[in-house]
Design a protein. Structure first.
Length: 494
């Protein structure tokens, strides 16, 4: 990785012991601890209870496990590595500046994200990065499941679409990303794409972003066989009879107008509650996943908060910050005329959107966690933690949230034993957090958390992911974030 300036490579050990951790298994069972985890190679060999009751039951000559390296995780939690189910790797220097790809990898791994479902342009470069990470696991490259973008504005017959699916699979695609704003798409064509993807073994399936300039809504996409529906689009539209009540002068290609009016899709759909339920119930029956990516839209409900986040100064590159500055000619930089009324409307939308996310979950639907970071004041890694907080705000228990952002996503991606969570025999993809995310997801932010000791005078700072373990390889998460800071400083000085 030619852009790496510091030593942020991972280390593997013949036998690694994580001692005295509190374990959050990732399968929505309560935390357990303290435990010792024994890792050999890329697998968890043993999970050993070392609480007083368990210790009293062991033979007198029993000894705690030792290893080539022992990590003292006392007072910390170990959880499965996170999956960002909507990741865009910044390979274009115009986005984050030079070295943007590595910069994003450090941020993701620095927040315990071990796997990315990449909805990628510049896909050929990402295939090479995936190969490099598999052949050299010590490099700080998250595991990548790559969704190849469907060719834009290409008119396909069903037969031609099936041939294109096979071609992309032969290139190495694990699945497909369909963005209907850029596609000529109807239901028969979508059915052919999804069917052929299953036939050729595209294990990650098709993820679809349902724009308003398409005839396909979420109900039709679900029935056609897509794996996941991204963001919020398409679901409220499927429940509204006719079209949303747009102003008569509305122009879909005007980004400011599009995001302004998007605030009213869920409030309008709410008038047709039974129709919304029917859409969600059909999605559950079809096994369609909902990947909401709430974090990427949060700036719309509180712009000033988004523009003054505590990590902006230390972790955001100047080119990325410039890209976020409201500019009519840059995608998702539309806040140049953002009003109090817009924020009020988006807060109302979030309330209803979250209500139906919880309803979908309660019906047995599968939710996954994705950030869509890189736009709208959202940063790689940090935004995955924020997505967890927003899922909790939607009314989901933090234990369910951990399952959503870890094992749910691995099951959807057909990653086999990685969906088992933390147990003997499972792959060693883990995040060790200085604190308890179930009590407070903020403990996972790279900026850490501050608290006062019982004397109410002494302030201490802790938190953050301490170590990220991907396939048994240990990465120092704090060192990765320090390298991000150095990278940002170099770009500021250039």
């Amino acid at each position: 990785m030619e852009d790496v300036a510091g030593d942020v490579s991972g280390r593997s050990y013949s036998r690694l012991v994580i001692r005295d951790a509190t374990m959050i298994s990732g399968i929505a069972t309560p935390a357990e601890g303290p435990v010792d985890l024994v890792i050999e190679g890329d697998r968890i060999k043993q999970v050993i209870r070392v609480d007083p009751v368990s210790l009293a039951r062991y033979p007198r000559d029993w000894r705690r496990p030792e290893g080539e390296r022992v990590i003292d995780a006392g007072g910390m939690c170990v959880m499965p590595g996170l999956v960002d189910m909507h990741a865009h790797v910044p390979t274009d220097p115009a986005h984050c500046g030079p070295g943007g790809r590595d910069y994003s990898f450090w941020l993701w791994l620095g927040h315990g994200v071990t796997t990315l479902r990449v909805a990628g342009v510049h896909t050929k470069e990402l295939y090479e990065q995936r190969r490099l990470g598999e052949e050299h696991p010590e490099l700080p490259i998250p595991r990548m499941v790559i969704l190849h973008h469907w060719p834009p504005q290409a008119p396909f017959t069903s037969a031609e679409a099936r041939a294109e699916v096979r071609r992309l699979r032969d290139m190495g695609a694990n699945g497909l990303k369909l963005h209907t704003r850029h596609l000529i798409m109807d239901v028969p064509l979508l059915e052919a794409i999804c069917d052929e993807g299953r036939k050729v073994g595209m294990e990650a399936g098709a993820a679809i972003h349902l724009a308003l300039n398409t005839k396909v809504n979420a109900l039709e996409a679900s029935n056609a066989g897509v794996c996941s529906i991204e963001h919020t689009y398409g679901i409220p539209e499927a429940a509204i009879p006719g079209v949303q009540s747009f102003p008569l002068g509305y122009n879909e290609m005007d980004e400011l107008a599009r995001f302004r009016e998007s605030a009213y899709d869920w409030p309008e759909a709410e008038r047709y509650h039974d129709r919304v339920l029917a859409v969600l119930e059909q999605m559950v029956r079809n096994g369609t996943v909902w990947n909401p990516t709430m974090a990427t839209y949060e700036a719309n409900r509180d712009l000033m908060r988004a523009q003054t986040k505590v990590w902006m100064e230390r972790y955001v590159t100047p080119p990325l910050l410039k890209r976020w500055t409201p500019t009519p000619g840059v995608h998702a930089s539309f806040h140049f005329d953002w009003r109090t009324a817009d924020e009020v409307a988006w807060r109302d939308k979030f309330r209803i959107w979250m209500k139906y996310l919880k309803t979908f979950f309660g019906l047995g639907g599968t939710i996954t966690g994705g950030s869509d970071a890189g736009s709208l004041y959202t940063l790689y890694g940090f935004s995955m933690v924020r997505e967890a907080e927003l899922l909790q705000e939607a009314g989901l228990h933090p234990l369910d949230v951990v399952r959503i952002v870890t094992t749910n996503s691995k099951r959807v991606l057909r990653l086999g034993d990685m969906a088992l969570g933390i147990r003997a025999g499972a792959p060693a993809d883990l995040a060790i957090v200085d604190g308890n995310p179930i009590e407070n997801f903020k403990t996972m932010y790279g900026t850490g958390v501050e608290r006062f000791l019982p004397d109410r005078v002494t302030k201490v700072k802790g938190g953050g992911v301490k170590w990220t373990i991907r396939g048994g390889v240990v990465f120092d998460a704090k060192d990765l974030l320090k390298e991000v800071e150095r990278h940002v400083e170099r770009l500021k000085a250039s």
